[in-house]
Design a protein around this ligand. Structure first.
Ligand SMILES: C[S@@+](CC[C@H](N)C(=O)[O-])C[C@H]1O[C@@H](n2cnc3c(N)ncnc32)[C@H](O)[C@@H]1O
Length: 229
């Protein structure tokens, strides 16, 4: 995508009412409708979704395929797609508006700062869809299922929260299993190293932009479910 097109999308999302942006990372302030400041920490249900339903996050959401598809299937839940890249979020936010999905929001921030924008216990479910594997050991902490991030997720999730990872990357798959099993406050529920080799649910069959690219290259899609305990 050309730089001009990206800049146009960055400017446009500032005016979308289903996108919230963190311009100063970690200061707790979010912005919508250009420069309207809004504090949603602990208030997503009351101030934005206007209901008491559960909140599901899609982390590294990119174009928000999981966020939008799940929101269509589960109108009784609220969905927030989180990514740092505004041009990708633009795509998801436009689709959510076209499909009239009122139970969808997008949050543009770094995932490291989630606890500035969600209160303890506010989130009930987290999907992590094809996150960057950060292969180099020196970058292991940046993997979205590292101990660093598992500790962060504890700060915003309910005690019975469920977590789902989809990845094409074997090292990240094995790393996540080991990390979850080593963490006293998380429990592995299920895992498969090849989702499409057997029966799979509708939800698991949702395909993201990156998933389609991996499948075209013949890669196997892996899935892990874990929970807090
Ligand atoms: C490989 S893409 C996957 C996008 C989408 N889930 C898909 O499957 O098509 C990884 C995404 O994670 C985002 N990302 C990686 N680390 C992040 C972080 N720490 N905070 C926010 N976004 C991050 C990137 O901006 C990118 O859009």
């Amino acid at each position: 995508m050309g730089r001009k097109n990206k800049l146009k999308k960055f400017a446009e999302i500032t005016k979308f009412n289903n996108v919230f942006e963190a311009f100063e990372l970690g200061d707790g302030k979010l912005y919508k409708n250009f420069n309207e400041k809004i504090d949603l920490k602990g208030k997503w249900r009351k101030e934005y979704f206007k209901n008491q339903s559960s909140i599901v996050l899609e982390l590294a959401c990119g174009k928000g395929e999981y966020t939008n598809a799940m929101a269509g299937k589960f109108p009784d839940k609220n969905f927030v797609g989180v990514d740092i890249k505004g041009n990708r979020i633009w795509k998801g936010a436009v689709k959510a508006r076209e499909d009239n999905l009122l139970n969808v929001a997008f949050l543009r921030t770094r995932i490291e700062y989630l606890d500035s924008y969600f209160e303890s216990g506010e989130v009930n479910e987290i999907w992590i869809t094809f996150p960057d594997p950060f292969v180099k050991p020196s970058k292991a902490n940046r993997r979205l299922t590292s101990l660093y991030f598992l500790d962060k997720y504890k700060n915003i999730t309910s005690k019975d929260a469920r977590f789902y990872l989809k990845t094409d990357d074997t090292d990240l798959y094995n790393f996540t299993i080991a990390t979850v099993q080593s963490h006293p406050e998380y429990r592995l529920v299920s895992k498969t190293s090849d989702v499409y080799s057997g029966e799979y649910s509708d939800i698991l069959g949702i395909k993201t932009y990156y998933e389609r690219k991996h499948l075209l290259k013949g890669k196997k899609i892996k899935f892990i479910e874990f929970t807090r305990q």
